[in-house]
Design a binder for this molecule. Structure first.
Ligand SMILES: *[C@@H]1O[C@H](CO)[C@@H](O)[C@H](O)[C@H]1NC(C)=O
Ligand SMILES: *[C@@H]1O[C@H](CO)[C@@H](O)[C@H](O)[C@H]1NC(C)=O
Ligand SMILES: *[C@@H]1O[C@H](CO)[C@@H](O)[C@H](O)[C@H]1NC(C)=O
Ligand SMILES: *[C@@H]1O[C@H](CO)[C@@H](O)[C@H](O)[C@H]1NC(C)=O
Ligand SMILES: *[C@@H]1O[C@H](CO)[C@@H](O)[C@H](O)[C@H]1NC(C)=O
Ligand SMILES: *[C@@H]1O[C@H](CO)[C@@H](O)[C@H](O)[C@H]1NC(C)=O
Ligand SMILES: *[C@@H]1O[C@H](CO)[C@@H](O)[C@H](O)[C@H]1NC(C)=O
Ligand SMILES: *[C@@H]1O[C@H](CO)[C@@H](O)[C@H](O)[C@H]1NC(C)=O
Ligand SMILES: *[C@@H]1O[C@H](CO)[C@@H](O)[C@H](O)[C@H]1NC(C)=O
Ligand SMILES: *[C@@H]1O[C@H](CO)[C@@H](O)[C@H](O)[C@H]1NC(C)=O
Length: 556
């Protein structure tokens, strides 16, 4: 244990600038219960190494990561390296029952993967049950040695992890919701680096302090690790210069407020060019549909060195939770950098053109209090979790676990975003995958619907980034909308928020053999079944086939 900690410390001391490229980095994640006292409640929570948020992991592009997860709690566990492509190493992706069986209590598993052509900020998190509420942390990938950022070198880098906190045990919250068939209790606080901050009514204290020197530039690596809420983030008086999202560089632009959906990351430059003082940092929800939300604002402080003790903090108000215009303006400002060094490789030709309706609705439920349960679906399929991993079933050709007939279009077209949609969906259940050949190109129009009411859905794809080539309100119209697609510098990311009552078109090249999950990153929607998976076949050349599973891969 001690030697592992030394190894960890050594790596953090070496960074940045001193390590060799392509090195092997070892981390140990010890999953343990830990009592917390600094938040709204004093209770034991599941943690990695006793930390909340969990440890940040550091790497350089080209490095191989060996992360040994030892499960010392009574929950099953699995960890997802969100946004890491996992080229040919799907066994290390992490979603339980998709690419692996869970790491059961007292078992361990070493995630082994190489970071290929990626650099920037990502996150890791538990991908089983609701455990990612407390099991999450940053992945910081520096460019290769000698390769500068495509923006001015910051004085310092600061990780800002945004989260959501329940006073109750999160597993009790989701279990209660699932057995009642209703929406779960909302969280009790939002957090910035694990603290709700001084303005919350949580017990304790000061909140996270970002200590800064005047006249310098800081690179903030902002991560939304919340379960169910997209978050606005702003700093009183200061502009944030956005330079990267989801570990891909973007054309820099200045914003007062940024928006980060669960699973997304944003790198922004902060220049400390105002009067010496203290400035409030806020993180607050963006929700523009009529649902119950946790409307608390997490606060932290930007603290310039040399601020007199008597100086009062400069405050700022968060945007209203339904500030759709601010959210839309932010997402419309994002474009790939598309430079010679970082070209935008958007597929121009499409092999599979898919339309996925993203819906919530209700099904009959005899055991539920009101006789109905809330469900979610894509193209009328509510995903049913298998009992062994899909990747296992695919690799070893085990029949009866899944079918590869996921519908590429809605089975029964209707006015998706029209005002009066029958809430009673009667969805079908199934473990259905969509199969594509190696290196084929896929376009998916993610179509929001008005079932129950329109709601925003941050959709995450595993195994590949995608390009966001189009976006609009209402129903997608192929004749009209395709003409306006951006095929020059669309933003490239791994998670995209589909606006409530609108659609988003994404494209990706299926050059990563394996089984890859696609799901809403609002955890409650995933729990309700808003998920499916792609099966990408092996190619013929070298490095075009899924590797065999590692020896310590957990068994079901
Ligand atoms: C947490 O605190 C409770 C009582 O306050 C104690 O019984 C329990 O052992 C503690 N758990 C851990 C993991 O420290
Ligand atoms: C990690 O995986 C690679 C194959 O991708 C393999 O060569 C290597 O031996 C593995 N390392 C460990 C420690 O299992
Ligand atoms: C959810 O909230 C209700 C009402 O406040 C409360 O009675 C219930 O105990 C909560 N459930 C959990 C699991 O905390
Ligand atoms: C936040 O929600 C609570 C409970 O729903 C409500 O009483 C309060 O007025 C809301 N606050 C704001 C600022 O919207
Ligand atoms: C936002 O919500 C407030 C109440 O919280 C409401 O008064 C206002 O009309 C809403 N704005 C929009 C644009 O829906
Ligand atoms: C919209 O975003 C641009 C940056 O792309 C910014 O200059 C402008 O102030 C924003 N407008 C609003 C209303 O937020
Ligand atoms: C979903 O499928 C069920 C069962 O076939 C059918 O009754 C229902 O109308 C379908 N709903 C939609 C929106 O396609
Ligand atoms: C994938 O397809 C593209 C476009 O057709 C082609 O340029 C590329 O060489 C292909 N890659 C592989 C590995 O087959
Ligand atoms: C296959 O991958 C290995 C390891 O990433 C690399 O060294 C080798 O050059 C690749 N081979 C080809 C033909 O791309
Ligand atoms: C943990 O996972 C195993 C393998 O899938 C399963 O048999 C067991 O029921 C799970 N345990 C719990 C507590 O969910």
């Amino acid at each position: 244990m001690v030697s592992w900690i030394r190894v960890l410390l050594l790596f953090s001391c070496l960074l940045p600038g001193m390590v060799e490229p392509g090195m092997v980095r070892r981390y140990k994640f010890n999953v343990v219960m830990r009592n917390t006292t600094r938040l709204c409640s004093s209770k034991p929570v599941v943690t990695v190494n006793g930390l909340f948020p969990g440890p940040n992991i550091y790497a350089r592009e080209g490095d191989t990561m060996l992360i040994k997860v030892v499960n010392n709690v009574n929950y099953n566990m699995s960890i997802h390296w969100h946004g890491i492509r996992q080229l040919t190493t799907g066994w290390a992706d992490g979603p339980a029952y998709i690419t692996q069986c869970p790491i059961q209590p007292r078992q361990s598993y070493t995630y082994n993967f190489t970071i290929i052509e990626q650099r920037g900020t990502l996150l890791w998190h538990a991908h089983i049950l609701w455990l990612r509420a407390t099991i999450h942390g940053a992945i910081v990938i520096l460019p290769k040695v000698g390769v500068p950022f495509p923006f001015p070198q910051p004085h310092e880098e600061v990780v800002m992890v945004l989260g959501e906190w329940w006073k109750s045990d999160v597993e009790a919250v989701i279990d209660e919701a699932m057995s009642m068939g209703m929406a779960p209790n909302v969280s009790d606080a939002h957090t910035i680096n694990g603290h709700p901050g001084p303005l919350s009514n949580c017990q304790g204290q000061g909140g996270f302090e970002l200590a800064a020197l005047p006249g310098k530039t800081y690179l903030l690596r902002i991560i939304n690790a919340a379960l169910n809420e997209e978050l606005f983030f702003k700093i009183a008086g200061h502009k944030l210069r956005v330079v990267e999202v989801d570990a891909t560089y973007v054309k820099p632009f200045d914003a007062d407020t940024i928006l980060v959906a669960p699973g997304q990351t944003t790198n922004a430059l902060l220049t400390t060019n105002l009067d010496i003082g203290r400035y409030l940092i806020v993180a607050s929800p963006f929700v523009d549909s009529p649902i119950r939300i946790d409307n608390t604002t997490a606060t932290a402080t930007l603290h310039y060195a040399g601020t007199a003790a008597s100086t009062t903090t400069v405050l700022t108000d968060p945007p209203p939770h339904n500030a759709t215009a601010i959210a839309t303006n932010f997402t419309n400002s994002l474009h790939s950098l598309n430079s010679a060094a970082y070209p935008c490789k958007v597929p121009l030709k499409v092999d599979h053109s898919l339309l996925f309706t993203i819906s919530l609705g209700v099904n009959q439920c005899t055991s539920c209090a009101k006789g109905i349960r809330v469900v979610a679906d894509i193209n009328n399929v509510t995903f049913k979790m298998p009992h062994i991993s899909l990747l296992n079933a695919h690799f070893f050709k085990i029949a009866g676990v899944f079918t590869d007939d996921f519908p590429g279009n809605p089975p029964m077209p209707y006015d998706y975003t029209g005002k009066r949609q029958p809430a009673n969906l009667k969805t079908t259940e199934g473990t259905r995958l969509y199969r594509v050949a190696y290196n084929s190109t896929v376009q998916i129009v993610l179509q929001g619907t008005g079932m129950i009411f329109p709601e925003n859905h941050p959709i995450h794809l595993h195994g590949s980034n995608f390009f966001v080539v189009g976006k609009g309100m209402g129903n997608y119209d192929p004749n009209k909308d395709q003409k306006n697609f951006n095929l020059v510098d669309p933003v490239e990311r791994n998670t995209i928020a589909v606006p409530g009552g609108g659609w988003v078109a994404i494209r990706f090249r299926a050059d990563n053999p394996g089984v890859w999950f696609l799901h809403c990153h609002l955890e409650i929607h995933t729990s309700w079944g808003l998920k499916m998976a792609f099966l990408v076949e092996n190619g013929k050349g070298p490095n075009e086939s899924l590797l065999p599973p590692p020896k310590d891969l957990p068994k079901c």
